[in-house]
Design a protein around this ligand. Structure first.
Ligand code: BGC
Length: 457
């Protein structure tokens, strides 16, 4: 029997009159929930030749698939078309993007007003479409001039970042609803100073600690700057950062030592930046969730931090993305419920997977959303979800090979093709709920689910 549309408006407290198990009941999200997608400037815009990443690529920095960022996916030029798709195709009521510091401040204190006005047009367009704007100020890239002055290794970066923040708030603040100061400082430090695969490629634990500390200071400074400047303009600001959080579990659940080590590792990763900045400088928690780590021994994790070795491998069969990251939807429940202790609103600022297999993308997406819904039921104040990513894009040292986009991009023609998962995500966003059919027929193939769902309407 086909279900009728009316079920979509039921809350999940209602029982399914068709006698379907709880498992397939539609999941309705709280009123006003934000359904969005996320991108970052360097990964999509193209032409960011003043960034340290560009210099890194020019100087022979290793990109796994032999590409360079180059034109990106031409978002700088095609943004209007992309926003049209975001609003009308994906029914997103929110979008997370970043501004490229190196584009806006071409030399210390020298502002490119044209670039500001370009961003103003973009943000203004999003607002006109009724889209909530989440703006990131730092997403891994730096102006080359800053990198030449030892980047985040000194307090200079923090001072410059605060001045940059002030200018952005003054110029673009009227269009921003939610601010992200820094994206994933821990990843920045790990990739740039521990594994040394990203610029500035310096293997130094001392510098890693110093950079993290400077980023924490910069977050605190930017938090104050945004609030001060917004208040001056009679606006209310909401400020946070995007933290990479992982879920952990111990392989040997019965071993006390391993249980303790999991708890310590959790503090050291998921909570560290909050400890460094203090919770007063976070109006909300921005969480990027991708990783589930199974820890077999305390020493493995210590070793992997010290020497940059990979996630522990186990003789278990788990599903993973094309780049080998385990898909573990339950983990998003765990982190949201764990971070409830801070009593702050939570936004999932990133979650997604790289895959050429769109059925897998959809299965994973719905799996994560069901767990997120579950976390809300368990009392986590989750207010929005931003899927990574709207478009296929430049995946840093992995190049363009990994496909993270709900929308595919042909980089030769720059043509955009929404995948079937984009359409289903759009239907979920539109209904503010996960339809029964999407749960019931999950695993039957994306196109099949969509066709089936359309027949039922
Ligand atoms: C980053 C993105 C990146 C994504 C997938 C996040 O850590 O913020 O820039 O593309 O993960 O790797």
């Amino acid at each position: 029997m086909r279900r009728r549309r009316s079920l979509m408006t039921h809350t999940n407290k209602m029982t399914d009159t068709n006698g379907h198990s709880d498992h397939y009941k539609p999941r309705a999200f709280p009123h006003g929930f934000l359904w969005g997608t996320a991108t970052s400037s360097y990964q999509v815009e193209g032409g960011n030749v003043r960034a340290d990443w560009h210099a890194f690529e020019q100087q022979g920095g290793k990109i796994a698939d032999g590409t360079t960022c180059g034109r990106g996916v031409d978002h700088w030029r095609l943004w209007k078309r992309d926003f049209e798709m975001l609003q009308k195709g994906l029914h997103n009521n929110a979008y997370r993007l970043s501004v490229e510091w190196s584009r806006l401040e071409t030399a210390p204190g020298v502002w490119d007003e044209e670039a500001f006005s370009h961003y103003r047009d973009m943000l203004c367009d999003l607002k006109a479409r009724g889209v909530t704007v989440m703006l990131t100020l730092h997403h891994f890239t730096n102006p080359a001039w800053l990198a030449q002055r030892r980047g985040w290794e000194t307090g200079y970066a923090m001072r410059r970042f605060c001045l940059f923040t002030e200018k952005v708030v003054e110029t673009l603040g009227a269009y921003v609803d939610l601010w992200i100061t820094i994206n994933e400082p821990m990843v920045y430090v790990l990739e740039g100073y521990v594994m040394a695969e990203w610029p500035p490629q310096k293997k130094s634990k001392m510098l890693a600690v110093r950079v993290l500390w400077n980023m924490a200071r910069a977050h605190r400074g930017a938090y104050r700057v945004i609030h001060r400047s917004s208040t001056r303009h009679g606006r209310k600001a909401m400020v946070g950062m995007a933290s990479n959080v992982s879920s952990f579990h111990s392989y040997y659940k019965h071993r006390l030592l391993d249980q303790i080590s999991v708890a310590l590792i959790d503090r050291f990763t998921n909570h560290l930046f909050y400890m460094l900045t203090g919770m007063k400088t976070h109006d909300f928690l921005g969480l990027n969730y991708y990783f589930h780590l199974r820890l077999k021994s305390v020493w493995h994790y210590v070793r992997s931090f010290m020497f940059g070795t990979a996630n522990e491998q186990f003789p278990v069969d788990f599903e993973s993305s094309d780049i080998g990251w385990e898909l573990f939807p339950h983990g998003i429940f765990d982190v949201c419920v764990d971070l409830k202790v801070y009593k702050k609103p939570i936004y999932i600022t990133e979650n997604g997977l790289a895959t050429e297999n769109d059925d897998k993308r959809l299965r994973s997406l719905i799996g994560y959303l069901v767990q997120l819904h579950h976390a809300i039921q368990a009392g986590a104040d989750v207010r929005g979800y931003f899927h990574w990513s709207l478009l296929d894009n430049f995946e840093w040292a992995k190049g363009y090979a990994p496909k993270f986009g709900l929308v595919g991009v042909d980089r030769r023609t720059m043509e955009r093709t929404p995948r079937a998962s984009a359409e289903i995500y759009g239907l979920i966003a539109k209904d503010n709920a996960i339809d029964h059919d999407f749960l019931r027929f999950l695993g039957h193939g994306t196109r099949h689910i969509l066709a089936d769902w359309k027949r039922g309407r």
